[in-house]
Design a protein around this ligand. Structure first.
Ligand code: PMV
Length: 354
């Protein structure tokens, strides 16, 4: 019952972790649970065209290769293909029809490429959504819940954090005793109501270093095996997530800041204490952190930072102080950004079918 051909288009956003995923077991199973804000403006938009192969072509698949073309911003992009090939290999057991089709994957990001913003989360999520749309055509009876859970599961196999880019606004990935429905296999929407203090929460991303990072996150995750502080770190992630559960309910921004900044610094502390050790922060990352602390001390405005696996700084703050904080960012932080570049984003709702 295969359909002959057609296409879909999905957009999927990036996300920023508050409790960080760093360290994994086989099959992209996280060593600890994580939680993130889904973003709104930083997105990947991917169109998937599919055409059924005729039987002789389908039976004539050479080796383990899938049949697909990859376009990035309209141009063929050969160097992304091995990553997609590996992704398709990993998910074939969940989508057995993959080798019956030739795919054209046409993808673009709303943020500048080589901005140091990882596009793997939004990119893998957008591709997973498209593949699920095809699966739904073939199996129309699936529920919406199944659709999104399986999309997140597939995205996870592309890039771990991608499983948190399917839904919004706050997504938990990884088993945690106090979050019902949480799973190591896919991300779930945070199940409880979130305090109004987090409504339209702002994330201004300061692009400190747009270069290729020296150590990939794949290698970084691996270095958590036999890491001297790994077990304590994984336990701490559970504790921090526990605290965030009550903070999301109470809206206590002071406590929120403590957890979020500590998580960011702990992530980088893990990098600095692995063997081999490495540092992804740049001098301007520290300049920005110090400037944020000074501003917060002086104004008592609840603004804080977080970091992902790179030098860029995410500045997080509530909507009602946005004007003042943005002024501060323009006056005092933009000078630390490469070419003065930054991106204004906020908490968002997840992937969308276009
Ligand atoms: O999804 P990966 O394998 O690129 O890992 C991302 C890890 C961090 O961004 C550093 C933290 C996180 O939870 O997103």
């Amino acid at each position: 019952h295969l359909v002959e051909n057609g296409n879909f288009q999905w957009s999927a956003p990036s996300n920023i972790a508050l409790v960080k995923y760093w360290g994994k077991k086989d099959n992209q199973i996280p060593a600890n649970p994580s939680v993130s804000f889904t973003l709104n403006n930083c997105k990947t938009i991917t169109k998937l065209a599919f055409a059924k192969k005729d039987i002789s072509t389908a039976l004539n698949v050479k080796g383990n290769n899938f049949s697909f073309d990859l376009l990035f911003e309209g141009q063929p992009k050969e160097d992304f293909k091995p990553k997609i090939q590996k992704f398709l290999e990993r998910i074939e057991i969940y989508l057995p029809f993959l080798k019956d089709y030739h795919f054209t994957i046409d993808t673009e990001n709303t943020f500048p490429h080589s901005s140091g913003i990882a596009s793997s989360a939004s990119g893998m999520a957008a591709l997973a959504m498209n593949l699920m749309s095809l699966e739904k055509v073939l199996n129309p009876e699936m529920t919406e819940e199944y659709f999104y859970q399986k999309a997140s599961l597939l995205a996870r196999l592309g890039s771990g954090s991608a499983c948190r880019s399917v839904k919004g606004q706050v997504v938990v990935w990884g088993n945690h005793t106090n979050i019902s429905g949480s799973s190591d296999l896919f991300g779930v929407e945070f199940p409880n109501a979130i305090h109004a203090n987090f409504k339209n929460f702002q994330d201004t991303i300061l692009l400190v270093d747009k270069g290729e990072k020296q150590v990939s996150s794949t290698i970084g995750h691996d270095l958590m095996h036999n890491h001297p502080f790994a077990e304590r770190r994984f336990a701490q992630a559970h504790e921090n997530l526990d605290q965030l559960i009550s903070i999301f309910e109470s809206g206590n921004l002071e406590e929120f800041i403590k957890i979020v900044e500590s998580e960011a610094l702990t992530l980088h502390a893990m990098m600095m204490t692995s063997m081999p050790y490495f540092i992804l922060m740049k001098p301007n990352t520290l300049e920005i952190i110090n400037a944020i602390w000074k501003f917060r001390n002086e104004t008592k405005i609840p603004v804080c930072f977080t970091l992902d696996a790179g030098a860029n700084v995410h500045v997080l703050y509530p909507e009602n102080v946005a004007e003042t904080v943005l002024q501060f960012i323009k006056n005092e932080l933009v000078g630390y950004c490469q070419n003065g570049q930054y991106i204004c984003d906020e908490i968002g709702n997840g992937a969308v079918l276009i």
